[in-house]
Design a protein around this ligand. Structure first.
Ligand code: SF4
Ligand code: SF4
Length: 390
């Protein structure tokens, strides 16, 4: 894990495409399990990637509201796609995990605490928005009064190879959220891929001592001025071609004063309350706890499972579900992302990755929903959000 007080190393280096396997070898030699992008079932997923040849070479995605297609290209770029449906949270905050067991004993029962060997992950291909999403989850799981021990172990061990984006998808809006497309502090190494007619290489920024140490085992040379300028131009061009925009000025207040906007009814007519948007979102972390027993009654277990604020059961209390309607659940999700999250954690809960737009089966678009509120601000007086339920 890169130092929080990150020092930007000013010298950039160049790794030839032909030498990229050495990066994997260097990480494996230090005990890292390399997790990266690979193509499966027509999408880019994150999985164990042992070899550079398993990366999605030549694949590029096309994304719009409710639409994702991968197309083979001929440039051979290893990171020519943008983002897939999965986020790194599945490795740092597993969607299903046993917390502890209880076994019946002569005197009652005894708690068996889970003892796991924490995985040592190297994440390869972390985009700028995703790095911000990880740091937002750090605030939730590490910076509050209660630290999530399992998240901390996984996060402390993680080595991050970021990739600056060479293109934006139709649903990206990281520029609006100030989270990309250039990776900010928090990486160990950051790559910018250059694919030209006669060149295929990676310009590398070193973000930590661990990154510098790994780089020693990968053939590299100082980048030329032309290479660093080309890398900067690639990222600038990406920033200029965002698929979406979201105006964030006064956004929190805009949402707070529009709890009764008619748009919530219109969105509710479309929303299937499927929860896809929360599953794919790299910052969403809602979960539930389930207790189960075996048939003999000798053992009980407590499991943590990913949940969604779109599930009726998520807000169930003694008298029923607090948010019974699709209207209240969509409004809750969007208001949390763009308003109450700011009050809770000092940042938006959205990094502009666009996943919730792409993977919404009916193409509901958080940027369009925010724009509608801004265009038709009914300006009701601010109320305390915690009391807004139905
Ligand atoms: S906004 Fe879209 S993805 Fe989210 S719950 Fe509604 S239909 Fe599903
Ligand atoms: S709310 Fe949507 S665009 Fe924002 S981080 Fe989550 S999935 Fe990405």
């Amino acid at each position: 894990m890169a130092d929080t007080e990150h020092t930007q190393f000013k010298i950039a280096y160049t790794i030839a495409r032909a030498d990229m396997q050495h990066l994997f070898t260097a990480l494996h030699a230090r005990g890292y399990e390399t997790i990266g992008p690979t193509v499966r079932d027509g999408v880019v997923v994150y999985d164990v990637v042992e070899n550079v040849d398993e990366l999605p070479a030549g694949w590029a995605d096309e994304q719009e509201g409710g639409y994702y297609r991968l197309h083979p290209g001929n440039d051979g770029a290893l990171f020519g796609y943008t983002t897939g449906p999965q986020a790194w949270k599945r490795y740092l905050f597993p969607p299903i995990m046993r917390m502890w067991q209880a076994r019946r004993s002569d005197n009652g029962f005894e708690i068996v605490v889970e003892e796991r060997t924490p995985p040592i992950y190297a994440f390869i291909g972390v985009r700028a928005c995703e790095l911000h999403a990880i740091q937002i989850q750090d605030r939730v799981f590490l910076d509050g009064p209660y630290v999530d021990a399992e998240y901390k172990r996984r996060r402390d061990n993680a080595f991050i190879v970021a990739v600056n984006c060479g293109r934006a998808s139709g649903t990206c809006f990281c520029v609006s959220m100030g989270t990309g497309p250039a990776a900010g502090p928090g990486y160990d190494l950051a790559l910018t891929e250059i694919v030209d007619q006669d060149t295929h290489c990676f310009i590398v920024d070193v973000g930590s001592e661990q990154g510098a140490s790994i780089l020693l085992d990968v053939p590299h040379r100082p980048a030329t001025r032309a290479e660093t300028e080309r890398a900067a131009a690639i990222v600038e061009a990406t920033a200029a071609h965002m698929g979406r925009t979201l105006e964030t000025t006064g956004l929190k207040e805009l949402l707070y004063r529009n709890f009764d906007h008619p748009q919530w009814d219109a969105l509710a007519e479309r929303c299937l309350t499927c929860g896809n948007c929360t599953l794919v979102c790299p910052t969403c972390f809602c979960h539930t706890l389930e207790d189960v027993t075996d048939l003999t009654g000798q053992t009980a277990e407590r499991w943590r499972k990913a949940d969604s604020c779109f599930n009726l059961s998520f807000s169930f209390i003694s008298s029923g579900s607090v948010r019974a309607s699709a209207r209240s659940r969509y409004r809750q999700w969007m208001t949390h992302k763009l308003a109450t999250w700011v009050d809770q954690f000092g940042t938006f809960g959205c990094v502009g990755c666009g996943r919730c737009i792409t993977w919404c089966p009916v193409g509901i678009d958080i940027t369009a929903a925010a724009a509608t509120l801004r265009e038709d601000d009914i300006g009701q007086p601010q109320v305390e959000p915690i009391h807004q339920m139905a």
